[in-house]
Design a protein around this ligand. Structure first.
Ligand SMILES: NC(=O)NCCC[C@H](N)C(=O)O
Length: 303
């Protein structure tokens, strides 16, 4: 398999799509590793497996329509394998195996059969002290954007998943790229004030546009850098409720085609007004676990 990913929007050819089958029993509040899941566990409204399976199958159907090769993780019984994005990621022709939250460590085993199809020289495992999850990593041409948390209290946040050691390691591995990191706002208890990953508060879309939530960024200057980089007229600004709804976490099949949630009417109207085809699905149940479409996909080839 010849891996290739250098941005979020080039034509998708091959992808791993997570899987909701045998997702396990409803976790206890203590077992939740993000505030939105905890909120729905508390309310007794944790999403049902059959509903999430259906939601993911509708995305698989869109991929089939666009002739994208789709790989699914092998099912590990009673284990959450929906958010495949975080367990590894592709930059250029390299597959980076992520050092993910310990609660999610087994997820990688389920995609070994895909990793085995790659040139072993292109499969990279970062040193253990580098915490990193794919939701925080976005190659963008000559740049690699990385969501991180720079606070000294990093270890107190189960919602902080990518550390500075990982940012430095990525820069060393890709010396020809400009690595730009963003300090994200974290909350273990309030999902409206928690940018769990960079893709929960920002994502490039189309030819030259981006979706962004200002308060997801701890440094005003870093938010402003992105606004200036894309140009204010190309920015779709979302509010705290829209970040909570995971509005920045749509997924591009190409510069002209996006998979989005049908409830995102404001966003979908804006995308269409810029000539982008919106393939609408419902991902409302999966959203209760603080992840959406980008989180549940791991692109292998965009060319
Ligand atoms: N890229 C992402 O933002 N992934 C979402 C992961 C959600 C999952 N409940 C987690 O906390 O790891």
């Amino acid at each position: 398999m010849q891996l290739q990913v250098t941005n979020e929007t080039a034509r998708l050819k091959a992808v791993i799509l997570g899987i909701a089958n045998s997702n396990g029993p409803v976790p206890s509040i203590e077992e939740a590793y993000d505030p939105k899941s905890a909120e729905f566990i508390k309310k007794g409204e944790y999403p049902k497996e059959e509903d999430m399976i259906q939601e993911m199958e509708s995305v698989a159907a869109v991929f089939r329509k666009y002739n994208v090769d789709v790989f699914r993780p092998k099912i590990i019984e009673n284990y959450n394998q929906i958010f495949t994005r975080d367990i590894g990621f592709v930059i250029e022709d390299k597959f980076m195996r992520a050092n993910i939250l310990p609660d999610r460590e087994q997820e990688i085993e389920a995609i070994h059969y895909v990793i085995n199809q790659m040139n072993p020289e292109n499969v990279i495992v970062l040193p253990e002290q580098c915490h990193i999850e794919g939701g925080d990593i976005m190659p963008h041409g000559e740049y690699i954007f990385i969501g991180t948390y720079r606070g000294e209290d990093y270890s107190t946040y189960i919602t902080a998943r990518t550390n500075l050691a990982a940012v430095e390691a990525i820069q060393q591995l890709f010396p020809h790229k400009k690595v730009k990191s963003f300090n994200l706002r974290k909350s273990n208890t309030n999902a409206k004030a928690n940018a769990l990953h960079l893709d929960c508060c920002f994502q490039p879309v189309g030819k030259d546009k981006a979706i962004i939530h200002r308060n997801g960024f701890l440094e005003e200057a870093e938010y402003q850098w992105l606004v200036d980089f894309f140009g204010k007229e190309n920015i779709f600004e979302i509010d705290a409720q829209e970040m909570y709804d995971m509005t920045s976490n749509i997924f591009s099949i190409s510069e002209d085609v996006v998979v989005s949630d049908r409830h995102f009417t404001r966003l979908n109207t804006w995308l269409r007004s810029h000539g982008i085809t919106v393939e609408e699905v419902s991902y409302r149940e999966i959203a209760k676990q603080e992840g959406l479409l980008r989180c549940s996909t791991l692109p292998l080839i965009r060319a």
